[in-house]
Ligand binder design. Sequence first.
Ligand code: ADP
Length: 160
Amino acid sequence: MKIAVYPGSFDPITNGHMDIIKRASRIFDKLIVAVVRNPNKVATFTVAERVELIKKAVKDLPNVEVDHFEGLLVDFMRKKNARVIIKGLRAVSDFEYEFQMALMNRKLDPNIETLFMMTSYKYSYLSSSVVKEIGRLGGCIGELVPEVVLPDIQKKLINS
Ligand code: ADP
């Protein structure tokens, strides 16, 4: 069984993330979307909220699982029996950091491969930060996040 892990902050999930999830789920037997708990990063949504939002958004994709982890990604991967890390690439600006992470993860565990998927061009400008900025100011985020979680995200952002 080919299992891949798609790690990220997902603070909150966007249509850019969904695009990668749908496309990766067609390639692998199982895709685990893994929310990273990063103690050094201030998040708007709690890990539990982020996991819930993703679960709602992927409920029609039967081979997609949602989980969270803290610590090293390679440890989480080994625990899940997964050998492929999925990463989305938006722009050249994503590349340098992702390149470094991919090489470091391979050094930590040579059996693990990182696979990069290019964003669909209509999502290339989209990030969780943009969603948060527009949402907090009361702007329309309707086309930026999955419809099923739009009210939850709007409510949280207006109150944060
Ligand atoms: P961000 O806060 O920048 O949206 P995340 O940590 O939540 O970042 O992103 C998780 C993964 O999803 C990363 O591999 C990131 O490159 C990718 N990603 C984020 N937004 C998009 C998008 N619009 N299109 C493709 N990939 C994306």
